[in-house]
Design a protein around this ligand. Structure first.
Ligand code: NG1
Length: 372
């Protein structure tokens, strides 16, 4: 048996920027999808899931793989299979078993981890390889198979994660990953809201609507003819872009536009704060990002807002929703000295009141996907 492992991720800052050509700052988690597999002599992919909520899958690889109805996990496996077949040609299948230490639909990218684990397992079984950055891009486009017009952050960080570091990922002018060490004295806390952010179901439409709104804002003149937000901000400063956009856009489009251009600037500032180990500045940027996602981008929820407030009041330097929103998790940063108080407050004021154990955890910046 061979084993493919692909981690989930927590995005520290840079939300809804990737599909707009602006950078992100995620780190790979120490929680992952594990795929134990062996090659098959035919084209079939047969996988069991150790989580009894998910039924087994069995399909044939090919140029055009029909999706399973609904939000099935098997569609992430099919997405990887179809993308790779189109890239490298004929492939033999695999059979095996999938397990996970990642909470599902928590905004921690279990879906992209499934895509990545499948892809590296299929490549290994077929003794094929695709250059890493090509694979990142290929799988980002491939995952759109499930109907979400997503960006490239999740596949890139799952494949390219570096232990001890967050990664600044630039998508334009070309894909580039720059590790930035997370100081030993910082703690990154992840707190799931326990409200599932199932992108394959309802949240998909809301996500895709945001993608279109961002494009509309540019097309209605705020882009000054630029192809994307990267091109726009290569020509003008954020303040100029905002001043020019305001009279051209209605209230909703202006707020979407303002989130994207200010969030891009916050990523730059956050990378500087991380490099200089300035926890206070970094935390303030996280909290500003949350406000922008809540008020301008409108992707937060009352549970996510509540978790952010609890973390901040308990002494976190800053906190924000992480991932697409519409449910999922928050991320908070705190000093090693105050992280226990933050975890305790989350337990007392959020999880206990819902009658359960705490689901919050300290995330360790981890390495990317492997197969062995
Ligand atoms: P989540 O929902 O956290 O897996 C999605 C997109 C990202 C990015 C974020 C928002 C996919 C697979 N993931 O992440 O590319 O746009 O939303 O920043 O499309």
């Amino acid at each position: 048996m061979r084993v493919a492992r692909a981690p989930g991720r927590v995005n520290l800052i840079g939300e809804h920027t990737d599909y707009n050509g602006l950078p992100v700052l995620p780190m790979a988690l120490d929680r992952e999808i594990v795929l134990r597999f062996q090659p098959r002599a035919d084209r079939r992919v047969i996988l069991r899931n150790t989580d009894s909520r998910f039924s087994s899958i069995d399909f044939e690889l090919g140029e055009e793989i029909a999706p399973e109805a609904g939000g099935a996990w098997g569609n992430y496996v099919r997405a990887a299979g179809q993308a790779l077949w189109r890239e490298v040609g004929k492939l033999q299948g695999i059979e095996g078993e999938v397990s996970s230490t990642l909470p599902v639909a928590s905004g921690l990218s279990s879906s992209s981890a499934m895509v990545v684990a499948t892809a590296i397992a299929l490549l290994d079984a077929n003794e094929r390889s695709v250059p890493l950055e090509r694979l990142m891009d290929l799988l980002a486009r491939g995952e759109r198979y499930v109907g979400l017009q997503g960006g490239g952050m999740d596949q890139a960080i799952s494949l390219g994660g570096v232990a001890g570091s967050a990664l600044r990922i630039d998508f334009r002018p070309s894909l580039r990953l720059t590790p930035v060490a997370v100081p030993d004295s910082w703690r990154v806390i992840v707190a799931p809201s326990l409200v599932e952010a199932r992108k394959s179901a309802g949240a998909k439409d809301a996500y895709n609507a945001r993608v279109l709104e961002c494009r509309d804002a540019l097309a209605q003149g705020a882009g000054r003819g630029a192809r994307d937000y990267y091109d726009l901000l290569s020509q003008v400063a954020v303040s100029q872009a905002l001043a020019r956009a305001r009279p051209l856009l209605d209230d909703v489009l202006f707020r979407r536009f303002r989130h994207v251009v200010t969030e891009g600037a916050r990523v730059d500032a956050a990378v500087d704060a991380l490099r200089s180990a300035d926890l206070v500045a970094f935390g303030a940027l996280l909290s500003a990002s949350h406000t922008s996602l809540r008020d301008d981008y409108e992707v937060s929820s009352k549970e996510l807002d509540e978790l952010v407030t609890i973390a901040e009041e308990a002494g976190a330097a800053g906190a924000r929703l992480t991932g697409a929103g519409f449910g999922g998790s928050i991320v908070a940063v705190a000093s090693a000295d105050s992280s226990d108080a933050v975890l305790r407050a989350l337990e007392d004021h959020y999880y206990s009141r819902r009658g359960g154990e705490s689901a919050a955890f300290i995330a360790l910046p981890s390495a990317g996907a492997t197969v062995s």
